[in-house]
Design a protein around this ligand. Structure first.
Ligand code: ACO
Length: 330
């Protein structure tokens, strides 16, 4: 009988653009206040990519750091999975552009589109590729230039989003680093969080531009309600599949959409505290598919996440889509 193969995250990296957009800056752009944004979302500032800086550039920077962290060279990489809803272009995929920029000569790759849940979908794809034995070294990236699809005249959404990237390296391991993965989608509520134009349903036209259809549309209040319940359910499923309880978890790395959502999910899952929740949305806002790997990589880099720690990752986003994963940082 062949021995079971396991997958683990063996390196992490991240990148954010240097340009900071503060809540005070937004006060000059739309009718809002720093106080409203801080108390309703927890966000203080976000990063905005330069006009000539794209998702592939941010992905590549994060990937280089993750490879260095895992002590691998670009030539070692065999697969590149990029989760993004803001690819450089419809095709070729961002993964192809990252492959070229890195010089990852042996790699295949593709993009995954699942909005804010994209990274956990890509992590599952990476783990499956490793566990199947087809791939030895995979790069899993979450990256977004949301500033390009944000309506900067709408206070309902423009205060929420930011740009950035996070990446992890996955490799085979003797013990399971990827302890569980649980994913789900429900297209019945596709219209509470979506980007209507730019696909074949509503190609770019003068009308689509005039009507701001190339920007993220969101029913915030409805999304909030579904997000909390769905994330709690996804967390419970991921824990059950790992054979663990919430008490076994050292750190919670949740999608960074709203501090109130993170707190509500953390409180409902466990002992009522939020101490183990890693939060960086005060500095970066909601970076969609980038938010989990960005928060994870920062916590690895600053030493909060230590060897042997078990991390619960949970995401929720447009689709609707959601995911949970339990990862041990070996
Ligand atoms: N500044 C000041 N006032 C504002 C702003 C703003 N930027 N935005 C809205 N308001 C006003 C509204 O007009 C409303 O005024 P009214 O009471 O006079 O009608 C009031 O503030 C309250 O609005 P709500 O929408 O009820 O505010 P809420 O507390 O729900 O917060 C928010 C809005 C932050 C969007 C919240 O609902 C949220 O975080 N939703 C979930 C977002 C999310 O999880 N997205 C998923 C991932 S994103 C992705 O997949 C790309």
């Amino acid at each position: 009988m062949s021995q079971k193969r396991y997958a683990a995250i063996t390196g992490a990296g991240h990148y954010v653009p240097p340009n900071v957009l503060t809540n005070a800056d937004l006060e000059t752009m739309v009718e809002t206040t720093d106080e409203w944004i801080r108390t309703r979302t927890g966000i203080r500032e976000r990063r905005i990519a330069a006009p000539d800086e794209f998702t592939s550039h941010m992905s590549t920077a994060a990937a280089r750091q993750a490879l260095a962290n895992a002590k691998l060279a670009p030539e070692d990489v065999e697969a590149i999975f990029v989760a993004t809803c803001t690819p450089d272009m419809i095709f070729p995929s961002t993964a192809c552009l990252v492959q070229a920029a890195l010089g990852a000569k042996r790699a295949y790759g593709y993009d995954l589109s699942s909005a804010c849940s994209g990274f956990l979908m890509a992590l599952d794809a990476g783990a499956t590729a490793i566990e199947s034995g087809r791939v030895q070294n995979a790069l899993v990236i979450g990256a977004e230039k949301l500033s390009a699809v944000t309506d900067w005249t709408s206070r309902d959404t423009c205060v929420l989003f930011g740009d950035g990237a996070g990446a992890v390296v996955m490799q085979p391991s003797e013990r399971p680093g990827m302890r569980s993965s649980y994913l789900g989608v429900d297209g019945h509520q596709a219209d509470i969080l979506f980007l209507p134009a730019g696909g074949c349903r509503l190609p770019a036209s003068e009308k689509s531009v005039q009507e701001h259809q190339h920007f993220i549309q969101m029913a915030g209040r409805e999304t909030f309600k579904v997000a909390v319940n769905t994330m709690v359910g996804a967390a419970q499923q991921a824990l059950a599949r790992a054979g663990l309880t919430e008490a076994d978890i050292d750190w919670m790395v949740f999608h960074q959409a709203n501090k109130r959502i993170i707190d509500a999910v953390a409180q409902r899952l466990g002992d009522g505290t939020t101490d183990r929740a890693i939060v960086n949305l005060d500095r970066y806002g909601n970076t969609s598919a980038a938010s989990i790997p960005l928060a994870f990589s920062e916590a690895v880099a600053d030493g909060r996440i230590q060897s042997g720690n078990k991390i619960l990752m949970v995401a929720f986003g447009g689709g609707l889509s959601w995911g949970g994963a339990v990862v041990e940082w070996l």
